[in-house]
Design a protein around this ligand. Sequence first.
Ligand code: UTP
Length: 408
Amino acid sequence: MTYQEAYQKLEKYGQLHVLKYYDELDEAQKAGLLQQIDETDFSILRFLDHRDDALTEGRISPIGAMELDEIERRKEEFTAIGLDAIRQGKAAAVLLAGGMGTRLGSDDPKCMYDIGLTHPVYIMQRLVENLMDVVRAAGVYVPFFIMTSDKNHDKTVAFMEKMDYFGYDRSKVWFFKQEMAPAADRDGKVYMEAKDRISTSPNGNGGWFLSMKRSGLLDKVHELGIEWLNTFAVDNVLQRIVDPVFVGATIASGCACGAKTVRKAAPDERVGVMCLMDGRPSIIEYYEMTPELMNTKNDKGDPAYNFGVIMNYLFREKDLERIVDEVLPVHVVEKKIACLDEDGNPVSPQEPNGYKFEQLVLDMVRELDTCLPVEVDRTKEFAPIKNRTGVDSVESARELCKLNGIEL
Ligand code: UTP
């Protein structure tokens, strides 16, 4: 893209400040910036005008979940179906690790965070150890895909190499990168992270399947005959991955996807909950929950919207191919964004200073016709690490690990 073309593009979107330092740049930096301007989708900034609109407008009603007592009763049946699929190579793990983990406040990728007390126990190590339980039960390695972003790819790959994949079969591990989106200030102007670079951040975890396709790894999925993809977040150190019971229950249900859920700890817990929206399985984000929905009871007298998602979903791959071109909603999220100050010096803000634009994996569920919510015991399977201390933190996750006999 020439300077003139870049100027016109930026003018159209009210972003001419991107060229503020252009004259100070050397030739390589100039070329880099022009290329980034060419590749950036500034039209995403239009979502700022709609950030207070409800993203969900349909009629909401409760959905049942497969609860723990039923799972316990049918455990053998589900385990057999799940293990059979895993042994035939039909189920794979997809780790969504492209996020920046800003709340945790470490410069390294979240998977490198050490939660150990007497010896190192990295978040990634916990995930691999959990997956190894399934490898041992099934007697085969599970294909393991890892999504990273421009911001953390090199460090994540180097860490896995250095740690020898924590004993996992490295020939069964593939990495792919997600897309990036610009980040903007409160007036809708994109931030600059350097004089020659627009500030960008990963575009949310919802684009994972499209990114997998663009990376060419979908060919690998087809070649290996994988039919089910278990996507999961990096930060839940207790989660079961490609859990045979979950795989078996979802396959037996005939649904296009399964969602692991936990009973909410309190009506206002900050987790998205399963519901039906205009009759289709869906998820309401915690910030979309009205007091009326929170207090609605079912016929047993329990809260009707009580099953919170833990970002562990099993998707039937061929159904994802059907919806891959559907446009997912864009969520505007307030975050801390590293930027330049008035004088062009880099700053790392302590408080949120602008917005990122994210698509969310939970919105993929809305696009599918059927979903089986599966209850799991939160004390055994839900130890998310979002913060250093307090709720969903390193501290709370350590307590839960200890409760489950994991030595730290
Ligand atoms: P979070 O919503 O906790 O976001 O991600 P985050 O970026 O990691 O953390 P904060 O908000 O900045 O503190 C939930 C999961 O989705 C992945 C994360 O890596 C985590 O596994 N994720 C998030 C992506 O893969 N890509 C993204 O763009 C965002």
